[in-house]
Design a protein around this ligand. Structure first.
Ligand code: IMP
Length: 204
């Protein structure tokens, strides 16, 4: 089955290919003729994931999915959340984002945080949502080189090391995005597909 993944991020594409398996051929927006920067200016992760998937669907009428992720910090009322990519400004600079977050966390003893991913799928014109999260806590300074974004300051629950100190394999078995993609993969199994007609738009 062919399905478009609305991302320009090669790491995400590879991760999704691995989780969805060989019965799916993932196509990029570029491969189906959508070259634009897909806008993501909604106020929620769900809104952004839906907007990206709809952007592809409206232009191609192909089955497609999109994801959106945020890091939600308890002591900051869920910030940076949907603004994670541009927390320190429009440059999407991970080092600056982490530095600002660590500054805003100075003096706070509650360092609990959660990565949350929403995947929006459009299948045969119907919309479905899947959510994955991983809880953890923020380190006081960055450690590790693997991964991207806030990985060097996020210590998942049950671990003493950051995401950036784990192998990608290990991170990808427990990560927010992997969990959302695993739900998508289960949903897309042929045996489950007829169930899709029963409930549209629900958050799994
Ligand atoms: P996006 O929705 O996947 O583009 O993610 C928004 C922002 O969240 C990114 O710019 C990253 O800063 C951060 N982010 C997303 N996924 C991860 C992750 O797996 N590790 C660390 N940071 C992430």
């Amino acid at each position: 089955m062919d399905i478009v993944f609305a991302t320009g991020n090669a790491h995400k594409l590879h991760e999704a290919e691995r989780i969805l398996g060989p019965s799916f051929r993932l196509l990029t927006p570029r491969q189906v003729g959508v070259e634009d920067d897909i806008p993501e200016w909604e106020a929620t992760l769900i809104g952004n994931a839906q907007a990206k998937a709809r952007y592809i669907y409206e232009r191609t009428r192909l089955d497609c999915f999109a994801d959106d992720t945020g890091l939600e910090v308890d002591a900051l009322g869920g910030a940076p959340g949907v603004l994670s990519a541009r927390y320190a400004g429009p440059a999407h600079d991970s080092a600056a984002n982490m530095a600002l977050l660590l500054r805003n966390m100075e003096g706070k003893t509650d360092r609990r945080a959660c990565f949350r991913t929403v995947v929006a799928l459009i299948l045969g014109g119907g919309e479905h949502l899947f959510e994955g999260e991983v809880r953890g806590r923020l380190a006081t300074s960055p450690s590790g080189e693997v991964g991207f974004g806030y990985d060097p300051i996020f210590i998942p629950e049950g671990y003493q090391i950051t995401f950036a100190q784990m192998s990608l394999e290990e991170k990808n078995t427990i990560s927010h995005r992997a969990r959302a993609l695993q739900k998508l993969a289960r949903f897309l199994q042929p045996a489950n597909l007829f169930e899709a007609e029963k409930g549209r738009g629900e958050l799994f």
